[in-house]
Ligand binder design. Structure first.
Ligand code: S3P
Length: 171
């Protein structure tokens, strides 16, 4: 079984993914970490030295590699993964267990204001400009995210509650 978690930066894909993988006894893969290991560079370094387009090509390449493998896993995508090329088509063809972890822009702003530095798309922004940026960005990205089979509204859920929800929806 392939379970895929997607959503904006800071939506807890990695934290929840690890907990879900533990619960289901599947390996956990974080796509950003997978890319970092394969490329022997951090996402931040890749953006800085080779640029975003190079990163997106690699992201699509490694996503394909994972989706075409026979492996079972819980996979946490990067925030932008569903929004480039045909990534969402391939994801939808591969598994029906895709979950959009949805937060409102205000919660995302709070969550990201303390952890923007490793994220090249927002690291240059001042905290007071973050909410407006996130609002616009999320508006552009939502159509892709909403192609997930399930949308989990995370704003008032604990990790335990969201895990239970996802577990009940798996098929
Ligand atoms: C990105 C999100 C990041 C990482 C890269 C680009 C994005 O992953 O892939 O910095 O385009 O939203 P997280 O969602 O894990 O922060």
């Amino acid at each position: 079984m392939k379970i895929i978690l997607l959503g904006y930066m800071g939506s807890g894909k990695t934290t929840l993914g690890k907990a879900l993988a533990k619960k289901k006894n599947f390996p956990f893969i974080d796509l950003d970490n997978y890319i970092e290991e394969k490329e022997d560079a951090s996402v931040k370094e890749i953006f800085a030295t080779k640029g975003e387009i190079y990163f997106r090509k690699k992201e699509t390449f490694y996503l394909n590699e994972l989706l075409l493998s026979e492996k079972d896993f819980v996979l946490a995508l990067g925030g932008g993964t569903p929004c480039f090329g045909n990534n969402m088509d391939l994801i939808s063809k591969t598994t029906k267990n895709t979950f959009y972890l949805k937060y409102n822009p205000k919660s995302l702003t709070e969550r990201l204001s303390v952890e923007k530095n490793a994220r090249p798309l927002i690291s240059h922004l001042k905290n007071e400009d973050l909410e407006e940026f996130i609002q616009k960005h999320l508006f552009e990205r939502n159509p892709y995210y909403l192609r997930a089979n399930h949308t989990i509204s995370m704003d008032n859920l604990s990790v335990e509650e969201s895990l239970k929800k996802i577990d009940n929806l798996l098929n």
